[in-house]
Design a protein around this ligand. Sequence first.
Ligand code: XMP
Length: 180
Amino acid sequence: MIQLSGKPLITEAEIRARIGQMVIEIARDLQRQELLIIGILRGSFMFTADIVRVLYNNDMHPLIDFVFVTSYAGMESTGEMKLLREPSLNVEGRWVLIVDDILDTGRTMKYAQDFIKERGAEEVRSCVLLDKPGRRLVDVHADYVGFSIDDVFVVGYGLDYEGRYRDLPYLGVLEDHPAA
Ligand code: XMP
């Protein structure tokens, strides 16, 4: 039986504090550029919103767009990437910061980086809340990483299991318990 662990893996306060630190790094590196943030739906919606709010408090006012990339069914990646929504803003000549929830096999981020570069972005940087370095199948890295975690299935704060748990304000672990 799939169950949410009783204890958060990463609390709401820890997420908030880490985002504050990440935005300081992003502002230090990218403040002089007009930034286009491209969030990868659906998992990054909460993270992207929180980053943008903290950027605002650091006097950064990026353009914001979303793409919809999908590869997952249940807890395993199918490996097949699909772009279900193109960016609506032109990325040509822009400094783009891709925001995703989690870097797992790396396929989604590599796919997103490639198509944004193909559309003529001048600079492409990436930011993920979570990184599972042990799961990487594709050679890709993120410039800004919130937390590196072990190979556990995480839900909450935008991440789901079959559509559920996205609304949790913290990150929890989904555990597979043998039926009693
Ligand atoms: P890849 O393998 O392309 O994966 O780097 C990135 C996408 O996979 C999903 N993913 C997860 N979703 N809990 C989730 O809810 C997880 O532990 C997890 N690991 C990967 C996620 O949608 C991410 O954008």
